[in-house]
Design a protein around this ligand. Structure first.
Ligand SMILES: Nc1ncnc2c1ncn2[C@@H]1O[C@H](COP(=O)(O)OP(=O)(O)OP(=O)(O)O)[C@@H](O)[C@H]1O
Ligand SMILES: [Mg+2]
Length: 327
């Protein structure tokens, strides 16, 4: 049976969560006192917010936490008519919250927990409804809201919650998480493969683990090559070489490398732009040139999201780099 490693290796306790020391310490003290306010977890994707909520619930309720812990996802519905789908979803959610909150809590804890993932996907109206629901059931229910952007959560909800900001995972944190999975799965992971995993995962532990699992399907030895291929990311040095050729005025060479990237890795225009962006800031060139380049990258990124032709736009961007390089 296929078991996603992100579930298999999800930390069971707050202690097992890598990084976020301040956050887990505060959560542990809630667990110990068996009391907590409403919580708002905010931070980037794949860094342990859901893990923290689940681990906290397990510490409070033990293994039968499922009776006292309701997990809802604010944006399960992704239709064309997103707005309507969402308001229906919220209605469904409110009904399940009602049913859930009606029964008594277990395990000597005086409240149940409703965990609402992707709370920032809720519309303003839905958030107003949520706020009323939070108030209505506050005597025996605590809400843990999780989001990527706390600025999208309305003020009255923020002020009812203790806010926990999950910072980015450090490279060493990601390596620790990935290293543990590799050890348990008996994978061979060398330095270059580790570096590649760090590069493609951009601080997202979920991405790193998923990538590792995909590569491991090909065998127990994890190589740099396969990591980039599975993530459909070019090797940083390939992007680097393309940029250098463009900056140095060798347009046709750069163009050929661009075409190679698109065909070999099956990268989309947006993937390539975001990698160019990552690489531009690391180039060893004067800041004034970097500024001009980042400005151009921003402009061409916008053009792509507006639906302009990828090949033409990317080649035009290379041409712009060449002009910037001449100055
Ligand atoms: N700090 C961490 N320590 C150990 N494992 C982690 C950590 N963060 C993430 N992981 C791994 O990555 C997976 C995804 O993490 P999680 O579901 O907690 O992300 P999230 O922060 O809730 O992301 P999203 O914003 O997308 O909901 C987990 O199942 C776990 O395997
Ligand atoms: Mg989550």
């Amino acid at each position: 049976m296929f078991e996603p490693w992100i579930e298999k290796y999800r930390p069971k306790t707050l202690k097992e969560i890598v990084g976020h020391e301040e956050v887990t310490k505060r959560l542990e003290s809630y667990a110990k006192s068996k009391n907590l306010p409403h919580l708002l977890f905010t931070g980037r994707a794949g860094i342990g917010k859901t893990c923290a909520a689940l681990a906290l619930a397990r510490e409070l309720y033990g293994e039968d936490m499922r009776q006292s812990f309701l997990e809802l996802n604010a944006s399960d519905e992704r239709g064309i008519d997103v707005m309507r789908a969402k308001s229906q979803q919220v209605k469904a959610n409110v009904t399940s919250i009602k049913d859930f909150a009606r029964t008594m809590p277990f395990a000597g804890v005086s409240f149940k927990i409703v965990f609402l993932d992707e709370a920032d996907a809720l519309t303003q109206d839905a958030q107003q409804a949520l706020r009323r629901t939070m108030e209505q059931y506050s005597n025996n229910t605590r809400f843990i809201l999780s989001c990527n952007y706390s600025s999208r959560i309305i003020e009255p909800i923020q002020s009812r919650c203790a806010v926990f900001r999950f910072s980015m995972l450090r490279d060493e944190d990601i390596l620790k998480i990935v290293g543990n999975v590799a050890k348990c799965e008996k994978l061979e992971l060398d330095d270059s493969a580790e570096k590649a995993l760090l590069y493609v995962s951009e601080g997202d532990a979920r991405k790193a683990i998923n990538c590792l699992q995909a590569v491991s399907a090909l065998g127990g030895k994890i190589t740099e090559e396969e990591v980039y291929k599975v993530a459909s990311r070019a090797k940083p040095k390939e992007v680097d070489s393309m940029l250098r050729h463009a900056l140095g005025g060798e347009f046709m060479k750069a163009r050929k490398e661009l075409q190679d990237l698109m065909t070999r890795y099956g990268m989309s225009g947006e993937d390539i732009i975001s990698q160019i962006y990552q690489q531009v800031t690391r180039l060893d060139i004067p800041d004034s040139v970097k500024v001009a380049l980042v400005d151009k990258v921003g402009e061409y990124d916008f053009r792509l999201t507006e639906g302009a032709d990828e090949t033409i736009q990317l080649e035009a961007l290379l041409a712009q780099l060449m002009l910037a390089g001449k100055k």
